[in-house]
Design a protein around this ligand. Sequence first.
Ligand code: CTP
Ligand code: CA
Ligand code: CA
Length: 662
Amino acid sequence: MSSPPRFFRDSSPAGAPGYKRSQFTYRHLAQLASSSSTCPLRVVSHIDLDCFYAQVEMVRLGIPEDKPLAVQQWQGLIAVNYPARAFGIGRHCTVTEARQLCPDLIAQHVATWREGDENFAYRPDAAEHIATDKVSLDPYRLECRRILAVIKDHLPARLQKVEKASIDEVFVDLSAHVYEILLERFPELARPPPYDDPSEQLPMPPLSALDWQADALVDLDSEQAELDDPDWDDVTILIGSEIVRNVRAAIKEKLHYTCSAGVAKNKLLSKLGSAHKKPNQQTVIRNRAVQHFLSEFKFTKIRNLGGKLGEEISRVFNTELVSELLSVPIEQLKSRLGDDTSVWVYNTIRGIDTSEVNPRTQIKSMLSAKSFRPSIDSREQATKWLRIFAADIFSRLVEEGVLENKRRPKSANLHFRQGAAGGGQTRSRQMSIPQGKPIDEEMLFEIAKTLLCQIAQEGRVWPCSNLSLSIGGFEDGITGNMGIGAFLVKGPEAQVLKATTRSAFEPGGAGDTVQPPEKRRRTDEGGIQRFLTKREANREADARLGSDVAAPRGGASSGSEHMPGVTVRPSGPHHQAPVAAHLCSRCPAGFASPEESREHQDWHFAKDLHEQERVGLALVSREPAAASSSHTGTMRSAAAPPKRGVGRPKKTERGQSKLNFG
Ligand code: CTP
Ligand code: CA
Ligand code: CA
């Protein structure tokens, strides 16, 4: 645990000799208290687990921190720990290639469901059973929930605002919490503003050392900026950083996982910060450092600028660098990109992002799928998979609080792709999930069988190359923010969960878990990325139909994870997704054709830009331009392996030695 920094207790009083005012006002302070997303003193953190699946396996199996380990899915790797990355091993490697680089590598296969079995398990022979197994990510989901519980436990319940952004990361809006601490340390800030005028500027913070402890402080672009007196935004971000350091220490202490964090004024920057230095570090991007920090990035590495839009911008303006794009006036951007897009781009490269941290995670649909290579040709075989899909989806429903009736799906859909691998017609059937009685695995299985029966009755449907069961149209049982209770499964829920996850944690299990990297990555993305190109939208629609095909390096894929952007979403307005052939991932709309769906996505895209609401999910590659030459656009490139060992002391950042004013 860190000790708080030492401050002088008094701020310079108004009217004192050399009196200088803060650039912030009493109104800004009030905005901080209410976690306003436009508050210039705002503090947001992004916390991301280091090599998450790999750490889960290391902790589960009791493997020492310095041993190289990778998580295997079929012949590919889906997570690589930092000691293994030091050998040049990354997600791009096959198991064989990885072993050539590091013969001592521990390759742990993910847990799998097996055709005919009712539980997933770690199996020593999973890699050879691509045809009969389906990966299970439940062990990681369970750990994710435990981590969330620790985070929430550590923050005052009435002030916390935590958004689960993916299986291994959260955004935390720390503003209200920081405000409380700020007032404790500087009671003079609690006094009413002079003349009761909230637009009055605050007194300056005391000139004392800001103790950044072990934070990685992003450099500033000029020595002068470092010499400028610290203002209240430096102080709030420092307090935020202390909180985050303690949260990270609690995760390490209680669950033995390390994570990295970014602390900044918004989601966009904090997300960039958490990826900036890994593993087991936290990066602080003070407001005064934002421009310098961003200018080191290629804008094409900013996720929402990584696709067609980024390509278009680099073509039109003949540069990929944020630093060069910064000099392009807004009018010029507008003339080439249109008004809304330009405003968004203009703001993003300046680190401006007012998107909210949404405490509720809205799952809109869930899908469990399997592609068959070779295809299957009987109802009996298909039924065995339906049993697995039902179990898989049910365990995720448990997680969603369905047993406490917090949220409940209304409809189920079965997709059936006829024919040999890759081709063929897709048939689907949908039905309502009976309301008024508890959903259980058996009920889902019965529904799935009924739907299969309806499809089979059409005649001449076999063989089948892909089968998927999805549920959607979630309705809320309880409104309001989720407390810790939503993550800590209790009573009967716990029983079910235990039954469905037990095998994954049994000692002596040999496997690990996996998901196709492509899919995982898209799940992580979210934001407007999915709507940037028609092709993207189409791919999503495809995936929703269960057309999960290529896994990394020839592995079969399993669509067992929540569909990217579809199932796990930040809240905002409450959406419900009916199960239809082409579902909108943003609202309840469903469409008969991919064209209609794409048009609709374009509309969302335009609307997004306009409202600038969701853009804060802009996720960016962590490498600054200079370090990313061999980078191919994936987010956590293994091409730049970090140093061996976790949490070794690092050299002092420039800003750390410079912020001493005491
Ligand atoms: N994941 C995946 N396929 C991808 C990306 C991620 O299966 N293409 C899974 C990984 O197994 C990973 C988890 O999702 O452990 C979180 O992903 P991410 O945070 O991107 O990477 P980490 O493995 O956690 O590594 P890092 O330390 O760089 O965050
Ligand atoms: Ca991670
Ligand atoms: Ca992540």
